[in-house]
Design a protein around this ligand. Structure first.
Ligand SMILES: Nc1ncnc2c1ncn2[C@@H]1O[C@H](COP(=O)(O)OP(=O)(O)O)[C@@H](O)[C@H]1O
Ligand SMILES: [Mg+2]
Length: 404
């Protein structure tokens, strides 16, 4: 009772200062979903112009072309599609037309009903008097309401299906692309599909291929100069003078190695800033980028094993200690057990039996955190199993610190 009635004053004490601190000035600029203004977009002028050209008839209510955009993660696909859609919406408004704009991330909503629900909901306005409940009506009914909304309130529409390869079936694409032809609606639709997988086009069924007239765009990865420019254009996310000169080129170089991934570059910069802030530093340096990377790896590892018994952690710690303190990196089960027992003693917990430890080892091997191999020891020794850490020992030790 007492606990429940305790005042909650001070439970939420967050302030702007806590988020931005002395490191950040406008951290939102580094959020992946943030749609930057034109001056911050680097090296995609051509793609923006071409995509705009394909869809532009829809702005004044004429039948547009559709598009499929391909390219690896972080090469600006979502950014370009959203940016063009936003400009189109503004242009339409200036010319006195009403352009609907709906986007669905198919990796979040992959079933037909939820894709249509998401799009209809985002296009709906209070003036239509139509409701789009989040559940409880059939797929057909969702389509019906989408058509009603479009006919009621708009002269044309742009629909972005992001991560389109996650769709359970291509029915969505077929129905949307035939909506005019089959007289479901009177307003034209431009559909922009986006995929990381270039083979997506081969997965389209013949009936979709014939109804979905579209142009394909393939986005190249960025090089380190472009990545550097992308990051520089957002360095006002930081307070003046906080970001050391070395940081942006360093993040750009790391991300260039990872297939020129701008998402990776932006995340490195943001996480480095967060790390420096947490450590109450005055500046963000290369070391903060490295440390932030390693923390992120340790967090991934921690979340990977979070559902397993705490002994999995002790066994991993034992293997990490052995790896750190020895030249070799393969260790027999019996040696791991010895070290594991010391870890348990330190932690003040009871030890598992040999077979319990084996279970733990097998579980993390299943997750590819470690690997095992069976060795034949020869006469008198019998068979034994050796294990090796597949992640770096420091990551395991960092994970330990994160979890306490
Ligand atoms: N050419 C660019 N100029 C500025 N920022 C970019 C550019 N390309 C990507 N970004 C930024 O990088 C991040 C990832 O881009 P995104 O469009 O989401 O990639 P994709 O959809 O291809 O995976 C986003 O925050 C985006 O704003
Ligand atoms: Mg994307």
């Amino acid at each position: 009772m007492e606990n429940n009635s305790r005042s909650r004053d001070g439970l939420f004490s967050i302030s702007e200062e806590d988020v931005q601190g002395h490191i950040f000035r406008e951290k939102d600029l580094l959020t992946i979903s943030h749609l930057p203004e034109e001056s911050r977009i680097i090296g995609r002028d051509e793609q923006i112009a071409q995509l705009a050209e394909e869809i532009e008839p829809v702005i004044i209510g004429y039948e547009p072309n559709s598009a499929l955009i391909y390219g690896k993660t972080g090469c600006g696909k979502s950014l370009v599609a959203k940016y063009v859609a936003q400009l189109a919406e503004e242009e339409a408004e200036e010319r006195g037309y009403n352009l609907a704009y709906g986007i669905c991330d198919c990796s979040q909503s992959s079933k037909e009903a939820s894709v249509i629900q998401t799009i209809a909901d985002s296009m709906n306005t209070p003036t239509t008097g139509i409701s789009v409940p989040s559940r409880g009506i059939s797929t057909d009914e969702y389509y019906k309401r989408l058509w009603e909304i479009l006919d009621e309130a708009y002269d044309g529409g742009i629909i972005i299906l992001d991560e389109i390869d996650h769709l359970k079936s291509d029915d969505v694409l077929m129905v949307l692309s035939r909506a005019n032809e089959s007289e479901k609606i009177d307003v034209p639709l431009a559909i922009i599909g986006i995929s990381n997988k270039i083979d997506y086009r081969n997965r389209l069924s013949e009936r979709v291929k014939s109804s979905f007239s579209h142009r394909e765009f393939i986005f190249d990865p960025y090089d380190s100069t472009q990545l550097e420019a992308i990051l520089r254009n957002r360095n006002d996310a930081f307070q003046e003078g906080v970001l050391k000169d070395e940081v942006v080129p360093y993040c750009a170089a790391l991300a260039a190695k990872k297939h020129g991934d701008a998402r990776k570059a932006m995340n490195l910069l943001k996480f480095a800033g967060e790390y420096a802030k947490r450590k109450e530093k005055d500046e963000v340096s290369k070391e903060d980028v490295d440390a932030a990377e390693k923390d992120a790896e340790a967090e991934r590892l921690l979340s990977l094993i979070s559902g397993l018994s705490p002994h999995v952690k002790y066994v991993l710690k034992a293997l990490a200690n052995l790896t750190k303190n020895n030249k070799e990196n393969w260790f027999r089960t019996s040696r791991i057990v010895d070290t594991y027992e010391k870890v348990c003693e330190k932690e003040g917990v009871d030890v598992l039996s040999l077979s319990g430890v084996r279970d733990c080892l097998n579980e993390v091997a299943f997750l590819s955190v470690i690997e095992g191999n069976r060795e034949t020891g020869g006469r008198g020794v019998g068979n034994y199993k050796e294990w090796r850490l597949l992640t770096d020992a420091d990551t395991v030790i960092r994970m330990e610190k994160l979890s306490t």
